[in-house]
Design a protein around this ligand. Sequence first.
Ligand code: AMP
Length: 185
Amino acid sequence: MKSLSVCVYCGARPGADPAYMAAADALGRALAAARMRLVYGAGDVGIMGAVARAAQAADGETFGVIPTHLMAWEVGKRDLTTFVITETMHERKKVMFMNADAVVVLPGGAGSLDEFFEVLTWRQLGLHQKPILLLDIAGYWQPLIALIDHVIAQGFAEESLKGFIETIPDVESLMARLGQVATAG
Ligand code: AMP
């Protein structure tokens, strides 16, 4: 089985429900236990920091990418297995995506939504086949799913758009799905 690299998009803040940070911690540990590499935005704040610290504590491989101007703001985590500094946000997203086999979206804000919609639109255009998995902790992503349903219902996207997104309720189910991706790859 190929060792999987998993790109995790997630908030730079902890969010209101402690379940979000708990899920981030569980995901970091689970990725490390499965010998899957964490690819993420290299920050040490919020959900981002929780995923990375948990993966590191469990001896997992971590690959982080951060633009120069966010080094202080997001507390660039230099002790990752691989730490990449880019000039721009666009380069950051590109390097993260290029180095991943699957994308997981944890609860997050506008930055996470930007990253999610970019890979979703690339998928819609046929530019990649990587799975896009929404980790729907405490139903956080339900309004996003409703928005996508609305976009389809109102004729602004094909029904197939929905098929590019997999909504997964918890870390255990997510790891089972990533295991399938690893086996298929
Ligand atoms: P947020 O979900 O808003 O907390 O942001 C999550 C992460 O996405 C943070 O590391 C942000 O710096 C990052 N981010 C925000 N906007 C962009 C963008 N346009 N390109 C790349 N990363 C971004």
